[in-house]
Design a protein around this ligand. Structure first.
Ligand SMILES: [Zn+2]
Length: 255
């Protein structure tokens, strides 16, 4: 069994074959897919998708790229949506100082307000952090995010940050980039405890080897788990089982 802990099947890249993509995921041995909302519309579409497919779960939240869209009304609507069936987390939320598509002050504000919502609701967080490692940690600390925990998705920090996240009750998620050759991510994937690791695709992006260059999809999470197993010198089944248990524990769904 395998779980893709971070997918964007609501994106238009899947408009022509969304149902087949979910079917292929099941054939590939996945038991669940967490479809992650990136703005209000995407959060609504994620819930809709979860309603149509038993293996799909949803999260609701506004991505830092869209931070400027988080009005008080949108926040209120997210709070309502968070109570819907099969909604398992708030996200993805965080900071993106690489693309800076929303002004940084608005990103910080949207991040904090959504952490507060998650804490209020007692739901875990799906965190996006790009080139904003220290500030992401600082805001998580300030807002006492350890009360709900969550996942540092597509982890790109250093080992010290990974340990700090783990100390705050967060899991560390790896995707396609750990298949791209040697580097810091691979070292971290080797060194942190297996019970703190999730695998994900972030599809349609970040396609793992050997499919790099093509659209990514949940079935490919197998290649991420295989790479994780090789890095740690364990059997594929052990990596698959552990990361599945970790996702079930974090998101609280049955598999
Ligand atoms: Zn994402």
């Amino acid at each position: 069994m395998l779980i893709d802990s971070h997918a964007h099947l609501d994106f238009n890249q899947f408009d022509d074959d969304r149902d087949q993509v979910v079917a292929r995921a099941r054939e590939a041995g996945l038991s669940a897919i967490v479809n992650v909302g990136t703005d209000l519309g995407s959060s609504e579409r994620s819930i809709e998708l979860a309603g149509r497919h038993s293996m799909v779960y949803a999260t609701v939240g506004v991505h830092p790229h869209d931070a400027r869209t988080l009005s008080p009304d949108v926040l209120k609507r997210l709070a309502e949506l968070a109570g819907r069936e099969k909604v398992v987390a708030i996200g993805e939320i965080g900071l993106d100082f690489y693309r800076d598509r929303s002004p940084r002050d608005l990103q910080r504000d949207a991040f904090r307000r959504q952490i507060r919502l998650a804490v209020e609701l007692g739901m875990p967080l799906v965190i996006h952090d790009r080139d904003a490692h220290q500030e992401t940690l600082q805001i998580l600390r300030d807002e006492e995010a350890h009360r709900v925990g969550g996942v540092l998705h597509c982890f790109s920090g250093d080992l010290k940050m990974a340990w700090e996240g783990i100390a705050m009750g967060f899991l560390i998620a790896f995707g396609g980039p750990i298949t791209y050759g040697g580097g810091i991510k691979q070292q971290i994937a080797r060194q942190i405890p297996l019970d703190r690791i999730l695998v994900e695709t972030d599809c349609p992006f970040l396609t793992p080897v050997p499919h790099r260059g093509k659209r990514n999809e949940p079935a490919n999470v197998r290649h991420v788990a295989e790479k994780l197993a090789r890095l740690r010198g364990i059997e594929f089944e052990e990596a698959a089982e552990a990361t599945t248990e970790n996702a079930v524990r974090l998101f609280g769904f049955s598999h």
